[in-house]
Design a protein around this ligand. Structure first.
Ligand SMILES: Nc1ncnc2c1ncn2[C@@H]1O[C@H](COP(=O)(O)OP(=O)(O)OP(=O)(O)O)[C@@H](O)[C@H]1O
Length: 325
């Protein structure tokens, strides 16, 4: 088995426009592992769709090399495309045909056995609604049928470009669960999104891009880094702060979340919450130091950065503040 489902080196794509040359992809070294779900993350206009189009032979690169399932593309694309499923643009389904009839047509056109249709419908959780007309489906169901169509050929790599675009929260959740189960089923999934926090929940690894350039890449755990800070909520934050600082730790008041009125719903008010960084010391030491001073914490929560905050830090660091051009 190949180590990487997708590998690019120095991949670049420029477009000539009325306003001059526009660089959509800028020396991209992309590595997508052969298993799991890989998030291809970046704001609108960061070059994700262009990269995917280059990989699938839908556009021609200006420079660089690409491999898909170990084979150089576009040179050997005809040999691998049969094992690559992709949902890049809205597929053309017949609105008056049922979901199953649409897939039957595609299977026949591709010379694939009809048993694949049943399997694909089952994989995307559409078996029960397969007899309904396509035009009666919700957007989420249409998207699931599009994914089912790509599963007909039993792909080793599935490429999904912004699969949750335009979906409501329930539809987003459905697609998220589907992508997760496909990844667990052994298909390498490359899923692009500009909603970083959303994709974080299903990805095992990710590449973060900004303005066509790679900003970070690797397992999600390592992108997020090790957590060393904790949210501490106590009745007397000023006294707690003094005690924690005396222990030699960095302490700051927790900034209020944008638009928040001081309430975080299930955890209650964060007014007076502190963020403490005890360095290599474990959480129970924080509780112990506070307890010894009679300041028992009501909350002690590890604070993990999410991909969104990692991305914002990266774009600021690379002078790309604002993300999309
Ligand atoms: N055919 C084209 N001609 C000119 N410029 C283009 C063309 N296709 C893409 N671009 C530009 O290239 C840049 C990258 O676009 P691309 O669609 O790849 O980004 P993206 O990350 O997929 O964004 P989105 O999430 O909005 O789809 C943008 O500035 C876009 O305007």
């Amino acid at each position: 088995m190949v180590e990487h489902a997708v590998e690019t080196r120095g991949l670049s794509k420029t477009f000539r426009t009325r306003h001059g040359v526009r660089t959509a992809v800028d020396g991209l070294d992309l590595l997508v592992p052969a298993t799991g779900v890989h998030g291809f993350l970046g704001p609108n206009g960061s070059g994700k769709t262009t990269t995917i189009r280059l990989l699938l032979g839908l556009a021609r690169a200006s420079a660089g090399e690409m491999r898909v399932l170990g084979r150089p593309v576009p040179q050997e694309l005809p040999d691998v495309i049969g094992r690559v499923g992709a949902v890049v643009e809205s597929p053309k389904f017949s609105p008056t045909f049922t979901g199953r009839q649409n897939l039957d047509l595609l299977a026949r056109a591709g010379g694939l056995p009809r048993t694949r249709v049943d399997r694909a419908l089952e994989q995307v959780g559409m078996s029960e609604r397969a007899g309904d007309r396509y035009q009666a489906y919700s957007l989420g169901m249409k998207q699931r049928l599009a994914i089912a169509a790509t599963l007909l050929k039993d792909p080793a790599l599935l490429v999904l470009d912004e699969p949750t675009n335009g979906l409501d929260p329930a539809g987003i959740r459905e697609i998220r669960e589907l992508v997760r189960s496909l990844g667990e089923g052994g298909v390498a999934v490359l899923v692009s999104s500009h909603i970083l926090a959303e994709v974080q929940q299903v990805c095992t690894s990710a590449s973060i891009v900004g303005r066509g350039r790679l900003l970070a890449q690797g397992p999600v755990e390592s992108l997020l880094g090790a957590s060393t800070t904790y949210r501490v909520r106590v009745a007397d934050p000023a006294a707690a702060r003094a005690v924690l600082e005396r222990a030699g730790w960095t302490v700051r008041p927790e900034p209020a979340a944008p638009g928040s009125t001081g309430s975080t719903g299930s955890t209650g008010s964060t007014a007076g919450a502190l963020v403490v960084d005890p360095g290599p010391e474990p959480a129970h030491r924080v509780a112990q130091v506070l307890g010894e001073a009679g300041l028992w914490p009501d909350e002690l929560t590890p604070l993990r950065p999410d991909l969104e905050s990692v991305f914002l830090d990266l774009t600021a660091e690379h002078g790309l503040a604002g993300g999309a051009r």
